[in-house]
Design a protein around this ligand. Structure first.
Ligand code: ATP
Ligand code: MG
Length: 285
């Protein structure tokens, strides 16, 4: 239990994001490490983090207003500090930088966990809206969890069009922000993003544009909304190809739902983590 933010000692910077900085901190009394995220401005994140409790979502132990750790981020008040479970192996972005591409067995386990997390969130009417490698964190057991609710949205409230990262955004979200659009099923956008991330893990680079190409907005919109159908990598198994295709269905009405994907053969394989048969799983160590 964390009563005072002053009991936490900053050890290192884990990441700088759009909305603030994340520190690795040490709790003097319980001798544990945590991640402390200092937000420069308020979003729905605090409300969402207080409500969620799932093994598939990075746990938030406490939220402090105007945290004492925020000197360096000070903009005259309004900061929030989140004390979160420390994810030792960093983000999937870090894992990809180190391993370049991941084997299907590992992708299958990750997809399963992210889908379980999305099932939980969507069940609470929360749309994540920013599923991407830097927001999927890995602990020292190799478990992947969803993090960063900085642009998340609770459905029921009036639709708005806060930006996530364009690269992982589904075609219908580009439509929403440009033309003030129709009532799309926002949950389907998280499924699209999951498909992009899983394909990126397999290929070792972001799928829609050439590896060296600059991912500016115009290039992305052209490739994602108006580009030709993505070719699936031939060396991928039929199950993986089918899984990704069901996620990357351009028409959100035809796209697979989270529940459908949880029954997909690709995520129901005997994987290294459940069978403990494969020794070389980069996530299980
Ligand atoms: P961005 O705007 O870039 O999405 P953000 O400000 O919303 O970032 P997060 O995505 O929550 O912040 O965190 C930024 C980075 O800090 C992550 O990509 C990850 O590398 C690191 N990080 C965040 N939380 C943790 C954690 N609990 N354990 C370990 N590392 C973390
Ligand atoms: Mg982030």
């Amino acid at each position: 239990y964390i009563r005072n933010i002053s009991d936490l000692e900053k050890v290192a910077v884990l990441g700088h994001g759009y909305g603030g900085t994340v520190y690795k901190v040490h709790h003097k009394e319980n001798h544990s490490f945590y991640a402390l995220k200092v937000r420069r401005f308020k979003t729905l994140e605090a409300e969402i983090l207080k409500r969620v409790d799932s093994p598939y979502i990075v746990k938030c132990h406490a939220v402090f207003d105007n945290g004492a750790c925020s000197e360096s981020d000070n903009n005259g008040g309004g900061d929030l500090s989140f004390v979160m479970e420390y994810m030792e192996r960093g983000s999937l972005d870090d894992v990809l930088r180190e391993h370049h591409r991941l084997p299907e067995e590992v992708i299958s386990v990750m997809a399963n966990r992210v889908l379980e997390g999305l099932k939980y969130l969507h069940g609470m009417k929360i749309v994540h809206r920013d599923i991407k490698p830097s927001n999927l964190l890995v602990n020292d057991k190799g478990e992947v969890k969803i993090a960063d609710f900085g642009v998340s949205h609770v459905v029921e409230e009036e639709a708005d069009s806060n930006d996530g990262t364009y690269a992982y955004m589904s075609p219908e979200r580009f439509d929403l922000s440009r033309w003030g659009g129709e009532n799309v099923d926002e949950f389907a956008g998280d499924v699209w993003s999951l498909g992009v991330v899983m394909l990126e893990c397999f290929l070792g680079h972001f799928p829609f544009i050439d590896p060296g190409q600059k991912p500016d907005l115009v290039t992305l919109v052209c490739a994602i909304c108006f580009g030709e159908k993505l070719e699936m990598p031939e060396e991928a198994s039929p199950e993986f190809q089918s899984f990704v295709k069901r996620c990357l269905e351009k028409d959100w009405r035809k796209r697979a739902t989270v529940l459908e994907l949880l029954h997909h053969p690709f995520v129901n394989r005997n994987c290294c983590c459940s069978s403990r048969g494969l020794e070389d799983c980069v996530l299980c160590g």
